[in-house]
Design a protein around this ligand. Structure first.
Ligand code: SF4
Length: 458
């Protein structure tokens, strides 16, 4: 049985070593534990255990991090960033990053992995992201952020702030950093948890744009021109920027860089996910590798299209029809009171039609069932006025989001904490991204140095 060698990015200052490998031959997730070598410069010797059976994993012919027995790499300097190598038995590959003990920790002889992240548990990987245009609004919250929070236990989630995408919308570059920070606050305040999920900023991982470029090689222009969003957006330009056309390629790169299998998508993104699946299939076929999975749409509880306060268009910051999720109660009220209602209900004693009223739709997400039933009845009987109805909605929105506002306040008092979370997220995302790119470059003949060295040596 041959021994495969994989580059393992090492990072972090955690006191616990975590790592998992997926043994493809047996489809078993293996748990690694460090048996020795916690001193700077010492090789780590790693043992493996089958997570399901708790039995020692037989596929390991000898594992080491930083100086494989018989290997030629210098030992990894613990405490700093570096790269080590792990020798795995045939048919195994890495499925998760390795963090290792803080600098200078004296080994105790045996460290058992006590914390595991989702990626270590064999869960399907899910990717999603949002453009930074400032704090999230109710449409973002109901359509994406709130469902994402619930996905974190079920999936190995990666949540990205997609600033590379945002540049295609134009806007003032000087505002971008603030918008990134504001969206990060929104992500964290609603309950995206960096202990469960990878949360990071797209431009911190340049492999996104590199992979997008390489995907140009397998993406027909005709496929891009057929995208409905391209047709819509391109109408707004006299001269259409190439980024508008290529936008879905970058989306494909976002997803496939992490070999994500699930993507939560709204109706308006389904076509782009289909293109991502096509790109994965075409790349695998063109370069003779089964590297990329064809990601599937995650279909969650249907929340429908969240219309803005104008009652006509999707809630969108650019249309000015939003309510910020971090707005104080007074601001929520000043926004909600402007909401368009049933256009036929001109006077208070006109009977209303809740089924055509967007205020009533919003009640479905924030108001209890009994009150909704009462509003439905009293609206039809002209017993409740629209102002009172909006006041109930406004109070409920403010109350439901009170813990989110509180958490956001705490986060803003400690911007360093946000920075650390995004830094760690970028490191974890980058570790997966570098592994994917190494395989992509190899597949596409872009690792000329190592290829030539290999040929000369072999
Ligand atoms: S009472 Fe409420 S549900 Fe009825 S039309 Fe007015 S705002 Fe809409």
């Amino acid at each position: 049985m041959g021994v495969q060698r994989h580059t393992v990015p090492l990072f972090g200052q955690d006191p616990v070593v975590r790592m998992a490998v997926l043994n493809h031959r047996e489809s078993r997730l293996l748990r690694l534990q460090v048996d020795s070598g916690h001193e700077i410069g010492e090789p780590l010797v790693v043992g493996a255990q089958d997570i399901e059976s708790s039995r020692p994993a037989p596929v390991y012919t000898g594992c080491g991090v930083g100086g494989i027995p018989g290997g030629d790499e210098p030992p990894v300097q613990l405490g700093g960033r570096g790269e080590g190598h792990v020798a795995l038995g045939g048919g195994s590959s890495l499925a998760g990053p390795l963090t290792y003990p803080a600098i200078g920790r004296k080994g105790t002889g045996r460290t058992t992995i006590s914390q595991e992240r989702n990626e270590d548990m064999g869960k399907k990987r899910l990717f999603s992201g949002m453009q930074p245009s400032g704090e999230a609004h109710l449409g973002n919250y109901l359509g994406a952020l709130r469902p994402w929070v619930g996905l974190q236990d079920e999936y190995d989630c990666i949540f990205c702030i997609v600033d590379d995408h945002a540049i295609t919308a134009g806007g003032d570059p000087s505002q971008m950093p603030r918008h990134v920070l504001d969206l990060a606050v929104s992500y964290l305040a609603v309950g995206l948890d960096p202990e469960k999920s990878i949360i990071f900023v797209q431009s911190d991982v340049p492999e996104h744009t590199e992979l997008a470029w390489l995907f140009n090689a397998v993406t027909p222009v005709g496929d891009l021109e057929r995208m409905t969003q391209y047709k819509d957006k391109s109408q707004r330009f006299e001269s259409v920027p190439a980024g508008i056309l290529n936008y879905p390629i970058l989306q494909a790169a976002d997803i496939l860089l992490y070999r994500a299998e699930m993507v939560p998508v709204g109706e308006d993104q389904r076509q782009h996910l289909e293109l991502t699946r096509d790109i994965a299939r075409k790349w695998n076929a063109a370069y003779g590798r089964e590297l990329f999975p064809e990601p599937e749409a995650y279909i969650g509880k249907e929340v429908g299209r969240i219309l803005g306060l104008d009652g006509e268009s999707k809630m969108s910051k650019s249309l000015g029809n939003t309510v910020r999720i971090l707005a104080e109660p007074d601001e929520v009220w000043s926004r909600v009171r402007t909401a368009v209602t049933d256009p036929q209900r001109v006077r208070r004693d006109d009977p209303g039609r809740p089924e055509v009223c967007n205020v009533f739709s919003l009640h479905q997400h924030f108001t209890d069932d009994d009150t909704i039933a009462r509003i439905d009845r009293e609206c039809r009987g002209a017993e409740i006025g629209c102002v009172d109805c909006k006041r109930i909605l406004s109070d409920n929105v403010a109350e439901v989001l009170a813990p989110v506002r509180e958490r956001a306040r705490e986060l803003r008092e400690d911007p360093g904490q946000i920075r650390r979370i995004l830094d760690e997220g970028a490191e974890r995302a980058g570790s997966i991204a570098r592994d994917t790119m190494s395989r992509v470059r190899e597949g596409m003949g872009l690792q000329w140095r190592s290829a030539l060295e290999g040929a000369a040596g072999g």
